[in-house]
Design a protein around this ligand. Structure first.
Ligand code: SF4
Ligand code: SF4
Length: 446
């Protein structure tokens, strides 16, 4: 039965649904838009991740229901489920549940990285190119991850976000997809997978291309944690992540040969945006403040990592890191993105897509590309629920140490007038610590 869009948006906001693919953007804000198309992004383009695929296979109707609700909220008449075409089992699982009125269909993506970058997903699935500094909304589209849409379906039935499927893989004994409470400590999640193969293995939160190093394994997973990947301490990805910005600048001055491979392969350059990473590296190498476009273009970088991990695989330089630093400095100075040009995708886009098989080989990930079967829900005895792992203002605690909470109780919320989200107790128990950026709950069974 259809519902008023205001009721959907209120339910999604109250349930604390945020983009679960990594961005953490509050979903109720996206659903307040008026568009003609909603794309369910199930591309899961990061190598080794398998949780979206598991969800689509095990619960296709939940995703389709969430997509239908998102279409209702935004007034969209078309729904597209974008998934990798070679996942024949997923396509087969979805097929029988698609509505007979053809309002929702499947778009089969090629197996490349970053097919799930929403600028590329939208272009692939609709032929519409999002302008510089723009959003899918600018071309009449809302994009939401498939898990986010499943959570939207739950939200309108009164169920808040308290758990999520996470791919636990890499250098672990038993790779798996486990559905675990938000706030499950990383070390407990890794223990579910039999522990790491080496004591000094390093954990990434997210996929190998965009994931961040987990600095403290006692902290809890977020609503955005799609994967926990263990990698050897000397692995190329770990070494690249741990290179500091000053080390990178020194290295670039010495080693960047201006071959422009980083620009040639940059997906955002290929989609037609004014992003030229080799030119930005030149600003670093020669301490140039001009042309300023090669600094402000930091706002156009998606942080996909193709430049650092695929293009510059010989020098191992990181335009991505430089852009992240520039962007931070620009925002700190109150400078906004000045780039607004309409995008005209380059003809080379068609044949410069980076195949996943190449990434696995180049980054020595082939040995970790093992099946990660879905094991369903796993409970834990303690959670540390992060309050600041979504876009916008951090959530402020509305609970105190010693308070007893039930699963689903609101424990923190962003200030009313700010972009942000609500956090809920992901297990029943007693609040045992309230920090500035997390709340700890000891479960009733512990
Ligand atoms: S950063 Fe690397 S890929 Fe880019 S121009 Fe320099 S050497 Fe070439
Ligand atoms: S991380 Fe590198 S390849 Fe990716 S968008 Fe930014 S500059 Fe381009």
């Amino acid at each position: 039965m259809s519902q008023p869009s205001g009721a959907i948006i209120t339910a999604v906001r109250s349930a604390g649904v945020v983009g679960s693919g990594g961005g953490g953007f509050p979903t109720h804000v996206k659903l307040a838009a008026n568009v003609d198309t909603v794309i369910a992004n199930g591309s899961e383009c990061e190598p080794l991740l398998a949780s979206d695929k598991a969800l689509l296979k095990e619960n296709p109707t939940l995703v389709i229901d969430g997509l239908r609700i998102a279409m209702e909220a935004t007034g969209a008449t078309k729904g597209i489920i974008a998934i990798k075409g070679h996942y024949r089992d997923v396509v087969a699982a979805l097929g029988p549940h698609l509505p007979s009125d053809r309002s929702i269909g499947i778009f089969e993506l090629e197996n490349y990285y970053p097919a799930g970058d929403e600028f590329l997903t939208v272009y692939d699935a609709t032929g519409r190119a999002i302008p510089e500094g723009g959003l899918p909304l600018d071309v009449g589209v809302v994009v939401a991850n498939v898990l986010t849409l499943a959570q939207v379906s739950h939200a309108v039935n009164g169920k808040p976000v308290t758990e999520r499927p996470v791919t636990i893989t890499g250098s672990v004994r038993t790779p798996m997809v486990a559905t675990i409470p938000v706030g499950t400590p990383y070390k407990d999640a890794i223990a579910m997978a039999g522990g790491t193969l080496e004591a000094d293995d390093v954990l990434l939160d997210g996929g190998p291309m965009m994931g961040c190093v987990v600095e403290d394994v006692n902290r809890g997973i977020a609503k955005t944690t799609s994967g926990i990947i263990a990698l050897p301490a000397d692995h190329i990805i770990v070494r690249t992540r741990q290179t500091t910005i000053s080390q990178m600048v020194k290295k670039s001055k010495a080693a960047c040969c201006q071959c422009f491979r980083c620009t040639d392969l940059c997906p955002r350059n290929l989609i037609g945006h004014s992003l030229y990473p080799h030119m930005t590296m030149r600003t670093i190498d020669y301490n140039l403040a001009e042309p300023v476009d090669h600094i402000t273009s930091a706002f156009l970088c998606s942080q996909c990592g193709v430049c650092e991990l695929v293009a510059c695989d010989f020098m191992i330089l990181s335009p991505r890191k430089i852009y992240a630093e520039y962007r931070k400095a620009l925002i700190d100075r109150g400078i906004r993105n000045p780039h607004r040009k309409t995008a005209s995708p380059l003809p080379e886009l068609a044949y410069r897509k980076v195949p996943i098989s190449l990434i696995l080989k180049k980054l020595d990930l082939q040995r970790f590309a093992k099946p990660a079967p879905s094991i369903g829900y796993r409970s834990v005895s303690m959670v540390r629920i992060p309050l600041d792992r979504h876009a916008g203002a951090a959530a402020l605690p509305v609970t105190a140490v010693g308070q007893t909470v039930r699963m689903g109780d609101v424990i923190a919320a962003s200030p009313e007038d700010f972009l942000g989200s609500v956090c809920h107790a992901s297990i029943a128990g007693k609040v045992t610590d309230v920090a500035s950026d997390w709340i700890e709950i000891q479960g009733n069974q512990s």
